[in-house]
Write a protein that binds this ligand. Sequence first.
Ligand code: NAD
Length: 234
Amino acid sequence: MKLNRNDNIVFFTGAGMSAESGVPTYRGSGGIWNEYQWEEYACERAFRNNPNNVLDFHELRRIEALKCKPHAGHFRMKGIEDKYPNTTIITQNIDGMHQRSGSKNVIELHGSLWRMRCESEGTIHEDLENGKYSNRYCECGNFQRPDIIWFQDMLDEKIINNTIFTITACSLFISIGTSASVWPAAGFPKLAKQSGAYCIEINPEETELSSIYDEVIREKAGRGLELCLEKVQY
Ligand code: NAD
């Protein structure tokens, strides 16, 4: 496949993309949910029962994320975005690693650890320092919560519609480091395929969706992207 400057390209990334930077996945070996119960730290009910406990947990996630750096694969994506302006990164990750490598056109399906939202007013706060918020309350007096999708939360409809629109229009869809087992993200590779995109999966392991891809690269994210870009003659 040879890319043209105006091609619509989608990178669809999951926890495996950040794993190479040292950010732990949620499941599998070293996964966070082996150590913590999500019921106590990552759902609305846990926040209502013990907001400070939940906020401490997310503060720790930010501090841990700050110890990690984007890897060569993140910078390769940024290079593609520079050369092909119709490139979009659709990520399930909440760690902001794509933005830290300079990518601009990023759709965060599950929100961002780096934003806080007042549940009562919906106001967004981004005045973090070294992963910490000096004040856990909104000006209105209510607690702020991380602006991310927790277990049992609804996804933002506008973000999903934008994602579907973007995927439907893409001619190249490259999925990296996702098991694509979390819905609705799990449906996106099929949507890309049905919409006529050339689909490539980069993942060291087989996934439930591997068979629908036109090409599969069984490598880690950084090396996989390098091989992938050779194939698409960018
Ligand atoms: P997942 O944990 O279900 O799957 C991770 C996939 O990455 C697996 O298929 C694994 O084989 C692959 N992988 C592992 N190491 C890799 C590497 N070095 N290079 C390429 N691939 C590698 O992750 P998911 O599909 O993203 O779904 C998990 C959910 O958890 C998402 O909703 C996401 O929001 C959330 N999450 C986010 C982060 C983060 O922000 N960094 C981390 C963990 C989980």
